[in-house]
Every structure is written in C-alpha cells, then in structure tokens.
Design a protein around this ligand. Structure first.
Ligand code: APR
Length: 247
C-alpha cells in the first residue's frame, strides 16, 4: 500500500494530555482558572491594563515548565511513535503552550494557541525563543525597544494561529482524534463537527475522543475511550498501527 492508501490523521490535544506530566489543566476543579481569572491574565485588555501582572502569570508558568521535573509522558511519546510509524500523513494540533510534544519527538505539530517558550515583539513582530522571565523593561532582541515584548500566547479574543492549515488538514483527514480537551473553547471545540461535515478523504472520516471523562462535545464522536491519557493514548495508537482503528 502506498502513502495515499493510509488515511491522513489529525490529532487535537488539550491540557489533559500534559496533566500526568505535572502541568495543571484549566477547568478541572484544581485547574488554573480556579486560581486566577481569565480577564486578569489572558486577554489583550488585561495586558494593556496590567502588563507586569500578566508577565508574572506567564513567568511562573514558564519557570514551572523549565524547572526540569516536567517531562513528556507516555501519551506524548505514543503520538511521536505514531508519527514515526504511520505510513500516511499525521498532524498534531495542540491547544497547549508547553513544549512536551516536541520533547517527545513530534515534528508535524501546530501550536494553535501559541508557545510559552516564545515571545513576540508588539513593535517589530520578531519571535524569539525565551525561557527566562519577561517584564516591561526587557528589550526586544531584534529592534531593541523595551516594553513591547509579550508572551507568544493567543489570548481570549485573539485569533488562534494557523487556522487555514488546520481546516485544510481537517477536511482531508480520514481519522480525527481529540485528546485531553474539555471541548469548551472554540474554534478547537468545533473541529469534530467540521471533520464530519467535510467527510474527510474517505468520504466519511472516523472521529474518536480520548479523555478522562466525556467532554462537552462527546456526543459528536464515533468512538470514545475514557481514562488517563497515559493509558488510553498508547492503547489507541497501538490499535491504529495494528489497523484496528475505526472498528
Ligand atoms: N488524561 C486525560 N484527560 C485528562 C486528564 C488525564 N490525566 N486530566 C484531565 N483531563 C481532561 C479533563 O477531563 C478535561 O476534559 O482534560 C480536559 C482539560 O480541559 P481544560 O482544562 O478545559 O483544557 P483545554 O480543553 O485544553 O482548554 C482549552 O482553553 O483556557 C483555554 O487556552 C486555554 O488551550 C486552553 C483552552
């Protein structure tokens, strides 16, 4: 069989896939939004009103991610294995801003909500890798201006990244798998419906949800498997690679 005989796969991931690596989710009982308000740290208005407060929020998350004890888990590794062994196309679209998919070995990867370890200059648009703290006095490494650097993270009210490429892949895929997301935030929460409307290259793409518990969009999926990502994702990858998916 050649590449075209293997359906293209699109995988959507959310905070749940990184939970067992030690990173908090957003909407679980102990999640990030139970401790801090979205309006205070994750909107352009918040940044305009209190840039240092927003920098503090992301500095703490950046320090947490780079502390050394946060590593990819078996679910991230299983997706990297799938990319290495699947003869067809595969794309991981993550809502997460951590770098655990990269560190696990995923290459065909899009961060639709940006990346915690990158910063962007509001003046010259320069993107730079950044693992340390950010503050209003920090100068842009490219244009040298201070006060315009922000986390390269998509805030509420802003347009997620690479949407054209994402929809193009959703419309062509034969298998769509959603992992570790509550299905609360659009446009990602609408991807499963988009896949089903488009039908995928097989005329009807198969859709699966792998999560700790049913998401808001659970009823849209052909197949659902519930449990911790480090259990259900490696199992499902094994099923895909042994040709058993879709049954
Ligand atoms: N294994 C699998 N799933 C898990 C695990 C686990 N160990 N732990 C939690 N989950 C599930 C939860 O049941 C929940 O459905 O992960 C999901 C996490 O949901 P959210 O906290 O809402 O995170 P997410 O869906 O990624 O949020 C989407 O919202 O706040 C914005 O930009 C932020 O990218 C984020 C977006």
């Amino acid at each position: 069989m050649d590449k075209r005989d293997y359906p293209a796969i699109v995988i959507l991931t959310g905070a749940g896939i990184s939970r067992e690596s030690g990173l908090e989710t957003f909407r679980d009982a102990d999640g990030i939004w139970s401790k801090v308000r979205i309006e205070d740290v994750a909107t352009p208005k918040a940044f305009a009103r209190d840039p240092e407060g927003v920098h503090e929020f992301y500095n703490a998350r950046r320090a947490g991610l780079t502390a050394g004890n946060i590593v990819p888990n078996a679910a991230h590794v299983a997706l990297a294995r799938l990319e290495a062994e699947w003869p067809g196309e595969i794309l991981v679209v993550t809502q997460n801003i951590d770098d655990l998919h990269e560190r696990a070995g995923s290459r065909n990867l899009l961060h639709m909500h940006g990346e915690l370890l990158k910063v962007r200059c509001g003046l010259c648009g320069d993107l730079a890798d950044w693992t340390g703290d950010l503050g209003v006095g920090v100068r842009c490494p490219d244009c040298g201006e201070a006060g315009a650097l922000r986390p390269h993270v998509v805030w509420f009210g802003e347009m997620p990244l690479e949407m054209e490429r994402i929809y193009e892949n959703l419309e062509r895929c034969g298998l769509f798998v959603s992992i570790g997301t509550s299905g609360n935030v659009y446009p990602a929460a609408g991807f499963v419906a988009h896949v089903k409307q488009a039908g995928g290259q097989t005329g009807r793409a198969h859709t699966a949800e792998l999560n700790l518990e049913p998401s808001e969009g659970a009823s849209h999926f052909d197949e659902t498997r519930y449990g911790p990502a480090t259990k259900v994702v490696p199992e499902y990858v094994g099923k895909i690679l042994s040709g058993g998916w879709g049954t």
